[in-house]
Write a protein that binds this ligand. Structure first.
Ligand SMILES: *Cc1c(COP(=O)(O)O)cnc(C)c1O
Length: 234
């Protein structure tokens, strides 16, 4: 547990160093601490160490843990596969950003649920850049069309793109996929004048490559909190 603050400091120092090297010192890089499977205690600790953004991938788990946090101003990112029957529960948690929208079906349902409450919701489009079958996300070839369709829905504000690199021990493998998404991000940018500003790429094992390739939102779990243990009731 005491490693958490050390890990956060180490990552933040490394991010600042890299920003300077990359000539991006003035740019804001958002660090999302991914807290899935980790305890409320661990989350409180991270939030006391300068973390403001937390990410969870299961609605049920977020419903249980978020109300218990000491710091209720933490910005909550939903980063997992969203089932349409969980939309209302998710919205009750007032997410800062839903990063995992990958179909018009889901976007439509979300848009309708929001329309009933007069709210707007910031989202990212998740792109399956690596085209691995077990992954969610819209295929790269269909991404552009989907982005514009979703951008026209009145209660959603599309803030940018998210992807997951290859789960491969050598993070260099993911560099071309990150680069491809960055190119799409900048191609779309002039077409969406307001709020198109997040490029969410990079996890514990590949965030440095993602940052080099233009990411401005890193989602880091195990490098902060240690290994995840599934199947326990936490
Ligand atoms: C779990 C998860 C992460 C964090 O993974 P780590 O390898 O632990 O950093 C990031 N993004 C998504 C979508 C995740 O599900």
């Amino acid at each position: 547990m005491q490693d958490i603050s050390k890990n956060i400091k180490r990552i933040q120092v490394k991010i600042d160093d890299m920003k300077k090297q990359l000539g991006r010192a003035e740019e804001e890089i958002t660090l999302v601490a991914v807290t899935k499977t980790h305890s409320v205690e661990a989350m409180d600790l991270a939030l006391g160490q300068g973390i403001c953004h937390i990410g969870e991938n299961k609605v049920q788990e977020a419903m249980r843990k978020l109300p218990m946090l000491k710091d209720q101003s933490a910005k909550f990112h939903f980063i997992g596969h969203l089932q349409s029957n969980k939309i209302n529960q998710l919205l009750s948690l007032k997410p800062y950003l839903i990063q995992s929208i990958d179909s018009l079906y889901l976007a439509d349902k979300l848009n309708r649920a929001l329309g009933r409450t007069n709210r707007t919701q910031d989202i990212l489009i998740q792109v399956n850049t690596t085209e691995e079958e077990q992954k969610t996300g819209v295929n790269f070839a269909n991404a552009e069309e989907l982005i514009f369709k979703i951008a026209s829905l009145s209660s959603l504000r599309v803030r940018g793109l998210m992807t997951i690199g290859k789960l491969h021990p050598n993070p260099e493998i993911s560099r071309p996929y990150f680069r491809q998404l960055k190119e799409l991000f900048f191609k779309i940018r002039p077409e969406i004048p307001e709020g198109w500003d997040y490029l969410s790429m990079g996890m514990s094992h590949d965030w440095q490559i993602a940052l080099e390739e233009g990411s401005n939102m890193l989602r880091i779990g195990s490098a902060i909190f240690g290994e995840r243990h599934y199947g326990e009731d936490r």
